[in-house]
Design a protein around this ligand. Sequence first.
Ligand SMILES: Cc1cc2nc3c(=O)[nH]c(=O)nc-3n(C[C@H](O)[C@H](O)[C@H](O)COP(=O)(O)OP(=O)(O)OC[C@H]3O[C@@H](n4cnc5c(N)ncnc54)[C@H](O)[C@@H]3O)c2cc1C
Length: 407
Amino acid sequence: MSDADVIVIGGGPSGVAAAVELRRHGVERVMLLDREPHLGGATRHCSHSPFGMREFGRVYFGAAYGRRLESEAARAGVDVRTGHSVVRLLDGGRIDVTSERGVGRLSARRLMIATGAREAPRSARLISGDRPVGVLTTGSLQSYVAFHGLMPFRRPVIVGSELVTLSAIATCLSHGARPVAVVEPEPMARVRAPLSWFPSVMGIPFRRGAELIDIRGAARVEDVTLRHRDGTLETLACDGVLLTGRFVPESALLLQSRIGVDTGSAGPAIDQDGRSLDPLLFASGNVLRAVETGGWAFREGRAIGRAIAEDLARDAGAAAPILVSHDPPIKLVVPSLLRRGANGSPALREFQLRVTRRAQGRLSLQLDGRDVWSTDGIWGPERRILVPMPLAATEAQTVHFRFQERV
Ligand SMILES: Cc1cc2nc3c(=O)[nH]c(=O)nc-3n(C[C@H](O)[C@H](O)[C@H](O)COP(=O)(O)OP(=O)(O)OC[C@H]3O[C@@H](n4cnc5c(N)ncnc54)[C@H](O)[C@@H]3O)c2cc1C
């Protein structure tokens, strides 16, 4: 007999929402594993709001929201096991787990992976120069501040202009640091106005179209070099570099498994119910694609948790999936698989798309070669694009997103 009906890996908003929903639907044995000492995921170190408005009807700061998730899981009767790190996904609903008790194997009738996403560190961004102390991502900065009461710099340069950059600025300003500049390689901010005005409103110079190419410093960061679009170089004195955004799904477990990851999203390919290529494995939250808000991850987890409960009740197996294809510059489509007749009311009712670069043109959805939906627009990278999923999509032989670019 298996150790649980469902094991959820990752206790952030998505994993907790799925686990609670499974219990609500009468699934008896729901186990939730997280490697950290508490549930809450990335929200735990956010010393700012807003979290929880849609799911709990009130605004929480990150840490308080994490505690609310923890109490929701306990109240629902979820078997929560923190300090448990999943190190391997195996076939047949089995996983290897490490904890203070050593390495063990657990099995379940269904697995769900909700391991979130992380910001690209310096190594992944290939920034050259010295290797001084003081180069961090927003998540690491917030962990220093929230869990250790440490502010590692006073005058950092902030790289990036996504939503999370606002969180980085807020953390700096509320803990005695004054950013020297915000630097964005694209000519425009990645976040929409009015949020894109935030650095300037706070009196922080915003260098658009500039790339950080060098970091210098012996022990600590002393200065950085920027290259502007016209080729000119600029040196900024600073004592730290804060790398924000450029999230990638936390998919190490999948890369080592038989399933692998989708080349566009870098997370697991899933169908309209969150089911992966392995019929026993589901996924939800930011591991599916970088990156969404806490509320989005929560709602996705809840919907896919319900789909898993229905799947357990039916226990009818899963059809072979078809692949949703797309033209460039579309980077990813979630879900990127569709299964015929899986469920009359799918967990995901929209396709979510992202583009690799700023692009203008006509986006259309084709089922069996015929346009069933289209729109004209301009889209930037990291911006969410939602396309309603027609029910007929799950009956089609081919599903394709076409992009006709207008220059
Ligand atoms: C700096 C920052 C600021 C943000 N600010 C906001 C905001 O103001 N408002 C908002 O709505 N959203 C905000 N977000 C986004 C929000 O935090 C995420 O959307 C949300 O936490 C994603 O939920 P998730 O469940 O998908 O993943 P996560 O919250 O990342 O949770 C994943 C969990 O999986 C666990 N895990 C990973 N691998 C393993 C493994 N192998 N074994 C066991 N456990 C594992 C991790 O420990 C973690 O607890 C912010 C994010 C960041 C990084």
